[in-house]
Design a protein around this ligand. Structure first.
Ligand code: TYD
Length: 134
C-alpha cells in the first residue's frame, strides 16, 4: 500500500458511550511495533517535518483536531483529523507535517517499526531526491 488513506476504525456505540479498537493486520494494516502520542502542543506549533525511510504509520486524533500535511515529492495533500474513529494511514517515504492543533488535542500514532533515528529523513531536498529515484 503506497497511498495515504483514511481508515475507518470500528466503533461500539451504546448508552454508556463509545469504544473503538484496533488490531494489527485488521484495522491497522501492519504489525504494530510502537505506539506514541503527541499532546500539550502549544498553539501555532508544527510537528513532524520529516519522512521515514521504512516506517508506516496510522495517525488518529483521539481528542481535538489537527491537520496532517503529506507531500510525496510532487504533490501535497492535507488531511484534517477530528474523529477518534478515523485513522490516517501514512506510507513510508512520505514527508509529513502536523499543524493547527486545537487546544487539548491528542494525536495517537501506531508505527510499524521500533524507533530508529536512522529511519528519519529530516531534509526536504534530500527527501525529494530520494523520492525521485523510487
Ligand atoms: P520527532 O519524531 O522528531 O517528533 P515529531 O514527529 O513530532 O516531529 O521526535 C521528537 C523526539 O522524541 C526526538 O528526540 C526523538 C524522540 N522519539 C523517541 O525517542 N521515540 C519515538 O518513538 C519517537 C516518535 C520520538
Amino acid at each position: 500500500m503506497t497511498e495515504p488513506r483514511i481508515i475507518k476504525i470500528p466503533r461500539s456505540l451504546d448508552d454508556r458511550g463509545n469504544l473503538s479498537f484496533a488490531e494489527p493486520f485488521e484495522t491497522i494494516p501492519f504489525q504494530i511495533a510502537r505506539i506514541y502520542w503527541i499532546y500539550d502542543v502549544p498553539g501555532g506549533e508544527v510537528r513532524g517535518g520529516h519522512a521515514f525511510r521504512s516506517t508506516e504509520e496510522v495517525i488518529v486524533a483521539l481528542s481535538g483536531s489537527f491537520d496532517v500535511v503529506l507531500h510525496d515529492g510532487r504533490d501535497e495533500s492535507t488531511y484534517s483529523l477530528n474523529r477518534s474513529y478515523h485513522g490516517l494511514f501514512v506510507p513510508k517515504m512520505m514527508w509529513r507535517m502536523l499543524k493547527n492543533f486545537s487546544t487539548n488535542s491528542l494525536a495517537l500514532i501506531f508505527a510499524s517499526t521500533a524507533y530508529h533515528e536512522s529511519d528519519y529523513i529530516r531534509d526536504f531536498t534530500d527527501f525529494s531526491h530520494q523520492r525521485a529515484v523510487l
